[in-house]
Design a binder for this molecule. Structure first.
Ligand code: WT7
Length: 653
């Protein structure tokens, strides 16, 4: 990326970008929030919780008597869906648009809060009729269509636990998640539109259900009108079952700690972790952070999180945060270059989007396409920009700020995770002097620190590990069905009560935090988390592969790219390009297209330490075409010569 800054004539001013005067004057949250939260952290979150409607006040704001198992607002009762929808209708905002939905082929739907309430009630009645009860798990495998939001809220309304699986995941990945969560019902569609064509989903569900038991009903939304196979007695059309229901539904209240959803994410082993989020604390923090970080003004803003509801970003900032704050949002089904590379900017212009939230990888893609593309559209409605998913390099930050934001929009670089549920480290638009590339400060009421190997806070200028030292309302409560793994993964490295995030970080002279990427075996490809082990085990499940090692290599567009080194079985033949294609296809089938390696190299040996650990550092050097680092701990240093002699090896097709 070097040279980009100059090429675009962008400069990074000494001393950063101070908050624009109009934000300082009227931002929802100012400097005093930091002071209030520092004086009384739990009381600060109680105030945030009071922005919601509770049918019963909590007994105890935080119960941390049994760490790392936290309870927030225990004894309090609320209904998450009522907070997101009904209360706004009851307050006279039924005619306000909740979503301007844009389909990829150009069809649109405008959904008001009143219409959303009717749809959610219908779907809640339908799920109840299908026998779904409070605490039951419902799998959702849908494209980016309004029914995804309706399904999530219908579950929340009846106390069922949703488990959304990104539509890009394979039947195997879907099946293992359904099994782990014990879902009884799957909500899917015939297909969705991506890259200008209908892409089928129902066949993936059909295949997944041959590999898992316990699913009784499959609700199918008609979106693309593709032909679908039908299993009588199991498959039901959404329009038949939901369409005919009453729009009246009496919602019960649930305890603040009632489970809301499970979202699977990659860890350091091959088995994805079911991250469990609960109701009251989660909704408190997602709605408060959405309101504070993006300075949301419900009457005038048009907010757009350009992400998929299949990821936590979509859960927190397309669905729960924006709806709890009575926001008007844009929701877009498709890809940014369909039918042309200006599609996003056309949408911003058409709907007058004021706040846009996206990922650095997408910003870098737009940089590649060139600034002439956005220049063809009126982007003057934008007033604030957000970034999430990976560290944003200063070049991309400056481009986003100037070319998309016209130099007037503060850029919020928000660090958080599936596990944290909501923003944790981020600037605030009316307070922070922005430094491109830094996520800057812990959010008010969040205790974050950067520590060394021993867990001691590091000095300014040093590098260490990001930890969270106090519980927070939207934190994960456990890994579904595996309390031990929850403790081991997050809370064992530095002792009781300290959460290990898995990210490296640097502290600067002002105490601002600069995230440096993962320190474990988790890759970040286009903002998606994929574990090296997950891809390795997919590769070795192929009959030709004896052993595999996977590393994330720096990639100018996707952040990291997946590079795999494989040793073939004795009887397997190296057919070159053909084999690489087969293996790539195999990984797509096992996990999904996002996990398909950018590069696969067939090698005779892998570099290992004397204790048999694969030295990924050396493989990363090879993948990034660097000179090799220290090889002295290798059992056999000639292995590296052997691997290097095979280069450039198999390249992307
Ligand atoms: C990992 C979490 C949070 C929703 C999307 C990803 C990386 C995320 C940032 C940021 C630097 C970031 C971290 C984190 N990450 N945001 N602003 N700066 N790194 O959620 O899939 O759970 O991934 O994404 O490495 O640990 P996720």
């Amino acid at each position: 990326m070097s040279g980009t800054t100059e090429a675009h004539g962008l400069t990074n001013p000494e001393g950063g970008f101070p908050p624009p005067a109009e934000f300082t004057a009227q931002a929802n949250v100012g400097e005093e929030a930091y002071e209030r939260a520092a004086a009384d952290r739990v009381g600060f979150w109680e105030d945030a919780a009071r922005r919601l409607d509770w049918t019963q006040e909590w007994d105890q704001a935080l119960d941390w008597s049994n760490p790392p198992f936290a309870k927030w607002f225990a004894g309090g009762k609320l209904n998450v869906a009522v907070n997101c929808v009904d209360r706004h209708v009851d307050a006279g905002h039924g005619e306000q648009v909740a979503y301007h939905w844009v389909g990829e082929p150009g069809d649109t739907r405008t959904i008001t809060y009143a219409q959303l309430k009717d749809e959610v009630c219908r779907a809640a009645n339908a799920l109840t009729e299908l026998g779904v009860q409070s605490g039951d798990r419902v799998a959702i495998y849908l494209p980016m269509i309004p029914e995804a939001v309706v399904s999530m809220l219908a579950c929340a309304r009846i106390g069922a636990v949703h488990m959304v699986v990104f539509g890009g995941f394979s039947p195997d990945a879907l099946a293992s998640r359904i099994t782990d969560a014990g879902a009884k019902v799957v909500i899917t569609a015939d297909g969705g539109y991506r890259r200008g064509a209908p892409s089928a989903l129902k066949p993936n569900v059909d295949e997944a259900l041959t590999k898992t038991e316990g699913v009784r009903s499959v609700l199918v939304v008609k979106r693309t009108e593709q032909e679908v196979e039908w299993t009588e007695g199991r498959d039901l059309w959404w329009h038949d079952v939901v369409g005919g229901q009453s729009t009246e539904h009496q919602a019960d209240s649930f305890d603040a700690e009632h489970p809301l959803y499970i979202m699977y994410t990659s860890g350091t082993t091959a088995k994805p972790k079911g991250i469990l989020h609960t109701s009251g604390g989660y909704l408190t923090q997602v709605s408060y952070t959405h309101w504070a970080t993006f300075d949301i003004k419900p009457d005038t803003d048009v907010f757009w999180t350009a992400a998929d509801v299949g990821w936590v970003t979509g859960h927190s900032y397309i669905v729960y945060g924006p709806l709890a704050n009575r926001t008007t949002s844009v929701m877009y089904e498709g890809t940014p270059d369909t039918p042309h590379q200006g599609r996003w900017w056309e949408i911003v212009q058409e709907y007058g989007v004021t706040v846009l939230y996206t990922a650095p990888t997408t910003i870098r893609t737009f940089m590649k396409w060139g600034e002439d593309v956005p220049a063809g559209f009126d982007l003057s409605s934008l007033r604030l920009l957000g970034s999430v998913g990976e560290p944003i390099n200063p070049e991309a930050w400056l481009w986003y700020h100037k070319i998309i934001g016209g130099g007037r929009c503060p850029v919020m670089d928000t660090w958080w995770q599936t596990e944290t549920g909501a923003h944790m480290v981020t600037p605030l638009p009316g307070v922070t002097t922005l430094k491109p590339g830094s996520a800057q400060r812990p959010f008010p009421g969040i205790a974050a620190s950067v520590v060394d190997e021993e867990g001691k806070p590091i000095e300014a200028g040093a590098t260490g590990y990001l930890v969270l030292t106090e519980p927070w309302p939207a934190m994960l409560r456990t890994i579904w069905g595996d309390d031990d793994r929850y403790k081991d993964t997050y809370w064992s490295r530095y002792g009781a009560g300290v959460y290990f995030a898995g990210d490296g970080a640097k502290l600067d002279e002002d105490g601002d935090i600069w995230l440096l990427g993962r320190v474990d075996d988790v890759m970040n490809v286009s903002g998606h988390r994929i574990s090296t082990t997950e891809v390795e085990s997919a590769l070795v499940s192929h009959p030709t592969v004896a052993e595999a090692a996977v590393v994330g290599a720096t990639d100018p567009t996707t952040g990291q790219g997946i590079v795999a080194f494989v040793i073939l079985r004795g009887d397997a033949e190296d057919s070159g390009e053909e084999l690489v294609k087969t293996l790539r296809q195999h990984v797509r089938k096992e996990i999904g297209p996002i996990a398909s390696p950018r590069q696969i190299m067939v090698v005779a040996e892998l570099p290992k330490t004397r204790s048999g650990k694969i030295m990924r550092r050396l493989l990363r050097d090879i993948a990034e075409n660097r000179e090799l680092g220290d090889v002295s701990t290798l059992t056999d240093s000639s292995v590296m010569d052997l691997i290097s002699s095979k280069l450039p090896g198999a390249k992307e097709d």
